[in-house]
Design a protein around this ligand. Sequence first.
Ligand SMILES: O=C[C@H](O)COP(=O)(O)O
Length: 212
Amino acid sequence: MKKESVLSKLRAEKVVALIRAENSDGLLDCAKALAEGGLTSIELTMTTPGAIRMLEKASAELPDFLFGLGTVLDAETARAGILAGARFIVTPALRPDVITLCRRYSVPVFCGAFTPTEIVNAWEAGADAAKVFPAEFFGPAYIKSIKGPLPHIEIVPTGGVTATNVGDFLKAGAMATAAGSSLVEAAALKSRDWAAITAKARAFCEAVSALK
Ligand SMILES: O=C[C@H](O)COP(=O)(O)O
């Protein structure tokens, strides 16, 4: 899939489901539950043991989904993720070597940044969006303020995004958002309560549709 198509899908879906789990058991079922609720853009994170193995399996078995790899801290991990099928890469902090690697292979990269300086540095280094993290502390108002002088920079707020505030983050000018613990709840994952995860995904999609 071409880079622009990946970015278009992320822009259209507006919510990346971020899975940070204690282990990789049940991740495929979790992905299917999210899709049942309307979300097929999914970020597996490197803090989940076996994430790369799971990414490879998920990408092969669910080719219509958009799987990305998050919590990437170095170029080696980004390359391994891309080889395993990651369609996008996400870092929690400004990692220029990861941006360079992703640009080499034309894979979209969302680079962690928080202050205006970090956000501009990430953009100048070639990130496709700044993952403003942790977004929960200053909330949608912070994104709106950043977009004032920096309207050309794409922003993906992450951290504390919920079905209740996702609309406000998008109205503030975010290109898309990423949601982890409020969407894929640890308890639901542990008890394999796929219906609960589908219901959460549906709530996010309804909040996004309400904006259109
Ligand atoms: O990397 C991002 C965070 O783990 C996601 O935060 P969240 O669980 O508050 O959505």
